[in-house]
Structures are given as C-alpha cells and as structure tokens.
Design a binder for this molecule. Sequence first.
Ligand SMILES: NC(=O)C1=CN([C@@H]2O[C@H](COP(=O)(O)OP(=O)(O)OC[C@H]3O[C@@H](n4cnc5c(N)ncnc54)[C@H](OP(=O)(O)O)[C@@H]3O)[C@@H](O)[C@H]2O)C=CC1
Ligand SMILES: O=C(O)[C@@H]1CCC=N1
Length: 272
Amino acid sequence: MSELLEGPLWLVGAGNMGGAMLRGWLAAGVDPRQVIVIDPAAKDLPEGVIALPAPPPDGAAPAVLVLAVKPQLLDVVAPGIAPALERETLLVSILAGVEVASLRQRFPHPAGVVRVMPNTPVAIGKGVMALHGSGLSADAAALAERLTRPLGLVEWIEREDQFDAVTALSGCGPAFLFRFIDAMADAGAALGLPADQAARLAVATVEGAALLAARSDESPAILADRVASPGGSTREGMNVLDKDGAIRDLLARTLAASARRNAEMAAAARGE
Ligand SMILES: NC(=O)C1=CN([C@@H]2O[C@H](COP(=O)(O)OP(=O)(O)OC[C@H]3O[C@@H](n4cnc5c(N)ncnc54)[C@H](OP(=O)(O)O)[C@@H]3O)[C@@H](O)[C@H]2O)C=CC1
Ligand SMILES: O=C(O)[C@@H]1CCC=N1
C-alpha cells in the first residue's frame, strides 16, 4: 500500500483527464495494483492497473471512487456503481458542472463527497486542483488533500457557486493558453520566422514567463513593465493588447462563455 492511499481506488472513466490523474498518481507512488479502472473501452493503461467493464463482483467497496466520465454519462454509470459504495467511501467527482446535491442523489451511500476541478497538467505534477467538499470528516478531507497535492496546486473553494468560475479559469484554462501559444507562433511566422522555430520560441517564452511569474514576488503587471523599456517595442505591442481593454475583454468573454456552459451542465444534472 502506498502512503497516499490505504485502500482501493476505483477510477470510473480513464480518458484525457482521468488518465492524466492516474499517471500523476502512479508517478507519485500509488501502487498500480491499488487502482481499478472501470471503463468499458479503456486503452493504453499503465502496467499493473486492472481494468474492468463494471465494479468487481467480490462485493468489496473502494476507499476512494473517482468519477471521471463526461457529465452527460452520469446517469449511465451511476446505477451500476452506486450500490457498490459504502458510507466510508470518499466520492471524488471531476465532472464539470455537476453539483454535490446531484451527486448525492445518485450516490446515496458515501458520507464524504468532494468535487475536484483538475486540469491536464496534472500529468506532470503541475496541475491545478480546486476542491469543494461536503460531509467531509477530518480524515476524508486529509485523504482528499493527500491525493491531490502530488498533482499540483491545491485550492479549497469555499462556496460551491464559485465552481463554474474555477472550472472556466483553471479547468479550461490550459486550452486557452494553448490557443495563445499557437497564435503567438503564427504571428511570429507571419513576420518571417520559420514556422517550427516560431513554435519552439512561443512555447519556451510562455514556459519561462509563467515560471518567472510563479516565482516572483512582483505582480504580472510589474513584470510586464520590466519588459517594456521606455519608448521601446514592447510598449507598442502592449498598446495593441490594452487598447479599449481588448485583452481583458476577450478573456472576460472567454471565461464567461465557459462558466455559462458549466451552469447549463449543472442544470441538466439537476434535471432542469
Ligand atoms: N479534459 C479536461 O481537461 C478536463 C475534464 N474534466 C472533466 O473530466 C471528465 C472527463 O473528461 P475527459 O477526460 O475530457 O473525457 P474523455 O471522453 O476523454 O474521458 C471519459 C472516459 O470515460 C469513458 N467512458 C465512456 N463511457 C463509460 C462508461 N459507461 N463507464 C466508464 N467509462 C466510460 C470514455 O471511453 P470512450 O472514449 O471509449 O467513450 C473515456 O475513456 C468530464 O466530466 C469533464 O468535465 C475536468 C477538468 C478538466
Ligand atoms: O471542457 C470541459 O467541459 C471540461 C471542463 C474543464 C475542462 N474540460
């Protein structure tokens, strides 16, 4: 048994996000034999992980159940899984939009329910894990923290009504940054750089800037000012980003669109 986990973990759905968390946990020392993936078509699973199409027939309940299917499949998987859980099982859901009350309706046995909003950089231990719990004992909260800490930054979200916002910001955020990297590379290529070189420069620039922002005591605004020499070229570029609040407005609309969709998925899970 690993220190992270004292009993079996069932992972329901091992796709892009569930699979990334699984790789993160194994890298952090979880014993693959402690994990059962329940996913009818699971492929490319790490060695040693057991994959089953349904809960194991021996009747034993998991210590942790991680729900990682698409929100639209909640009602497909819940009837087969819910009876196999017990009061002590920690239910962890990464489903965007689906609220604790909707989970409790489908999974009545577990006392502790944690919504977790991860992002794909968990696969390299650099993710963001936003947590919101309900009915958690101190032991269950500690277990949720133990499981998520090796995957990246852990932030508890006090109010569940903030979860759509956190999903838009850090859950969806990597996709927005990947778009930004592509756009930066394309813009560099349009100015005459070879496309592959522009792509390398864009990724390394974003990586370096993000690390510097993470390690610095200064705000991103101050760090930007340090790049912009008075009368120089950065200021000219930033004037384009800042004109009439262009970049702030673009990101406000981007996150608002994602948050709206999360709210729609929550409503669907409530049966509305
Ligand atoms: N992708 C991301 O960055 C993030 C995703 N999430 C959340 O994670 C969840 C999964 O998203 P994502 O990983 O992107 O989606 P994927 O489609 O990549 O993963 C879902 C997995 O569930 C499998 N599956 C389908 N039907 C069943 C079933 N009946 N029982 C068990 N497993 C099944 C799918 O198999 P098959 O492919 O064969 O259908 C697939 O492997 C969503 O709820 C999403 O909101 C949260 C944060 C970030
Ligand atoms: O696109 C989605 O719905 C999920 C939620 C956060 C990231 N991916």
